[in-house]
Design a protein around this ligand. Structure first.
Ligand SMILES: Nc1nc2c(ncn2[C@@H]2O[C@H](COP(=O)(O)OP(=O)(O)OP(=O)(O)O)[C@@H](O)[C@H]2O)c(=O)[nH]1
Ligand SMILES: [Mg+2]
Length: 391
């Protein structure tokens, strides 16, 4: 039976369209088109170690008790509660297996309450490296005396109505404030320069075979991250206006190679930037960070934290250490000295950094979140890559 030519053409076009759709669906995850930005996830491409000379445990002395080991002055640090021990142990195990069992950097645990003997015993059993247990000084943890607790309660009720998590928890605010501007002042860290922050419940997926801290030092890197996200504008409406006040009073603090465009982009999520009064809300997710404490101890960041602390937003709003660190870095650090550790496979519920590498197992390359599809739009990497780069 003869089929009319136009019908044959239509049939062929439908087949081609179907094949194209199937191909697109099987291509694997990539950035969804957001605010006109459509970009393939670089984590889908093969990922290796960073360029340049790297320090390895096979060529250097990294034994745990060595007096002149190749370790630089750095530590793994974790603010954690006794009750989180069961969630911390698998995280320690992951990081020891993938990295620290080769390099044996010390672990320093911080707590606002004394650690239990069980906590000490079980954490020590997970590593050959030294473990230290430190109390946070009261003056670093207590709510500052200029905070009006009636006002705090009123603002917490408003945040609660907006469904902001942990709105009424004073301890959550104390934790955010400590991580923002206190941790690097702890006497136990006085002689340390680099830190790697570790939280209970997080996972590490990839073998890392070089000394990450030496890499930071050799390349003079200020800060390393894995995940780049948007924040909830309702938790930080006055953070940017308060930051602008500080900048107006201290214009010379702004680094000439800053990340202002990433901090103030209004194209990708215009509503976020509007509701956060000019801040895109993009930030480095600070449950993972590898950083140089000299930056945080420097005049610019210290004066900035002081200004924010006096303004009271850690309590009257719910300023997190992630946006505070990120704005500080975005304004006062050299953007070229901030590094994306794309090779460190990482998860803190619900987001992932999962590279395409034979060194990784247990995560899906390029998969950014686990859960509801709306989580995809929390990814701020398209903006970071656009304005700052993929280094
Ligand atoms: N010692 C101590 N540690 C705390 C306290 N509050 C939070 N932390 C720690 O601070 C880190 C961040 O707290 P989380 O409760 O995980 O906050 P979050 O990551 O914003 O929230 P989740 O999404 O629920 O993980 C974790 O390492 C906690 O163990 C506290 O009151 N005391
Ligand atoms: Mg957490």
């Amino acid at each position: 039976m003869a089929v009319a030519r136009p019908i044959r053409m239509l049939g062929a076009a439908s087949i081609i369209l179907c094949l194209f759709i199937v191909f697109q669906m099987n291509k694997g995850p990539s950035f969804v088109s957001l605010g006109g930005s459509s970009m393939r996830d670089p984590l889908l491409d093969p990922t290796g170690e960073p360029d340049g000379p790297l320090w390895r445990a096979t060529d250097n002395d990294y034994s745990p008790d060595s007096k002149d080991s190749a370790r630089t002055n750095a530590a793994l640090i974790s603010l954690v509660r006794n009750e989180e021990l069961d969630e911390l142990i698998p995280t320690m195990r992951d990081l020891e297996r993938t990295w620290n069992s080769k390099f044996n950097y010390p672990w320093i645990f911080f707590n606002d309450k004394p650690f239990t003997e069980e906590f000490k015993k079980r954490t020590k059993a997970e590593t050959k490296a030294k473990c230290q247990y430190e109390l946070v000084p009261k003056e670093h943890w207590d709510v500052p005396d200029w905070i009006n607790m009636d006002l705090f309660r009123e603002s917490a009720a408003i945040l609660e109505e907006k469904n902001i998590q942990y709105s009424d928890k004073v301890s959550y605010r104390q934790m955010c404030r400590w991580n923002s501007g206190m941790f690097y002042k702890h006497p136990a860290l006085k002689d340390y320069r680099y830190y790697w922050r570790v939280e209970p419940k997080v996972q590490y997926f990839c073998d890392v075979d070089y000394d990450v801290f030496r890499y930071m030092q050799d390349n003079n890197i200020t800060y390393g991250f894995t995940i780049n996200l948007f924040d909830a504008p309702e938790s930080i409406p006055n953070l940017w206006p308060t930051t602008e006040e500080f900048l107006a009073a201290n214009p010379s603090y702004l680094h000439e190679n800053n990340m202002m465009d990433w901090l103030t982009d209004a194209k990708l999520r215009p509503d976020h930037t509007r509701d956060a009064n000019g801040y895109s809300t993009c930030h480095f997710w600070s449950n993972f960070e590898i950083g140089d404490m000299e930056f945080f101890r420097g005049d610019q960041y210290e004066a900035y934290f002081e200004h924010l602390d006096r303004a009271g937003g850690f309590f009257y709003e719910r300023w997190g250490d992630a946006p505070v660190h990120s704005i500080g870095l975005g304004l006062f650090a050299d953007a070229a000295k901030v590094h994306w550790f794309r090779d460190i496979g990482y998860n803190h519920i619900p987001y992932f950094n999962c590279p395409n590498s034979p060194k990784c197992s247990g995560c899906t390359p390029g998969k950014f979140y686990a859960g509801e599809p709306f989580l995809a739009k929390e990814d701020c990497r398209p903006n970071y890559f656009k304005y700052v780069g993929t280094h």
